[in-house]
Write a protein that binds this ligand. Structure first.
Ligand code: PMP
Length: 344
């Protein structure tokens, strides 16, 4: 993207080159300087714009995809939105197979972006023909001229970050970055950015953020897949119940686990103290910073970059709803603004 341009050819020209914003109030009293890479500044409001654009353009370069073809993925989240956006501009059909657990709002949002949505039963196992994995696979096999993005197992997901977010962070910190703190879902962000940074300076610490209920941290420490680590949790996009092949565990120095509750409160705190309206995993990443500071990870002079993956607007019926917070037992009066209803 050329930020000096007055006019852009289309919305895709605005993907990437997101700002690095100094955290002031959230990190007061911490050792070092802290900066957030705010991915909500992408036109689709998340870091997934980068991978959607890169994977689709790579398929075009390889001649696998030509206008009128179909792009398939299994997600109701940010990746689905970004693929739908790129598909509109480039003239592709977009099919998203999603779980029946997905909120009506999310499904409506994808439909608004022209995607065809298959809602698949959430309660069936991944190898059941009705599961969203199997539905996506079948549609891809049946449809000539289709590609299946498969972000958890597609190396291009990592390459997208190696080519864009990695160099951006290196340049924005003039090479002075000492720590990267990033949530790990597919692992695309941490592996791509981490690889770029370690190639520049192997001493930069790459720290992953994982959820309680996910297997990633334990797998990193033991190289064993421990099913007993798996249980339901509320943060979306962070952690996993399987080992994504795109995650490069060798270049990650360590993982920090965060709770649903701390992450929700911390996201609300970022909005109200820094004026940055961010999503649930941004709260998780910031919560990890707090824990790392308490453990003595940082020292004066350190330059720490934390990635805030998406925008708060996607969580209005979750962490930004007092009712939802209360239902989870997360209520906290400190981060709730007063609303007065005027009676007529
Ligand atoms: N935060 C959110 C909101 C996400 O949707 C994702 C992607 N699953 C992540 C963080 C983690 O990014 P990655 O998949 O690159 O590890």
């Amino acid at each position: 993207m050329n930020q000096n341009k007055k006019v852009f050819n289309n919305v895709l020209d605005l993907i990437g080159n997101t700002p690095l914003i100094k955290l002031n109030r959230m990190t007061s009293g911490f050792d070092g300087d802290f900066y957030a890479k705010v991915e909500a500044f992408n036109p689709g409001h998340s870091s997934k714009d980068r991978i959607a654009l890169h994977i689709i353009e790579e398929a075009e370069r390889q001649g696998i995809l030509t206008p009128g073809d179909t792009i398939i993925e299994t997600t109701s989240g940010n990746t689905g939105f970004s693929i739908a956006m790129v598909s509109i501009i480039k003239g592709y059909e977009c099919i998203l197979a999603v779980s029946s657990k997905s909120s009506a709002d999310k499904i409506d949002m994808l439909k608004s972006m022209g995607a065809k949505v298959y809602v698949c039963p959430a309660h069936v196992s991944a190898d059941d023909p009705r599961s969203y994995y199997q539905v996506a696979k079948r549609l891809h096999e049946e449809m000539k001229g289709s590609i299946y993005i498969n972000q958890y197992f597609n190396q291009l997901n990592v390459d997208a970050h190696y080519n864009s977010s990695g160099p951006e962070i290196w340049n924005q910190t003039s090479g002075k970055i000492t720590h990267l703190v990033a949530c790990s879902g597919t692992g695309g962000t941490i592996s791509g950015v981490g690889k770029f940074l370690k190639e520049k300076n192997k001493d930069i610490k790459i720290i992953g953020v994982d959820a309680f209920g996910s297997v990633l941290k334990k797998y990193h420490e033991t190289k064993e897949f421990d099913e007993s680590e798996i249980y339901p949790y509320r943060i979306e996009g962070l952690g996993k119940n399987l080992i994504p092949t795109v995650t490069d565990f060798d270049l990650i120095d360590k993982f920090v686990k965060v709770t649903d509750e701390d992450s929700a409160h911390t996201a609300r705190e970022i909005s109200r103290t820094e004026g940055l309206f961010v999503g649930y995993t941004s709260g998780a990443a910031m919560q990890a910073l707090k824990q790392l500071q308490a453990e003595g990870e940082f020292k004066q002079g350190d330059q720490v970059v934390v990635i805030f993956p998406d925008h708060g607007s996607r969580y209005m019926s979750k962490i930004y709803s007092d009712k939802w917070m209360e239902e989870q037992g997360f209520f906290d009066s400190k981060h709730t603004a007063t609303v007065e209803t005027i009676q007529y």
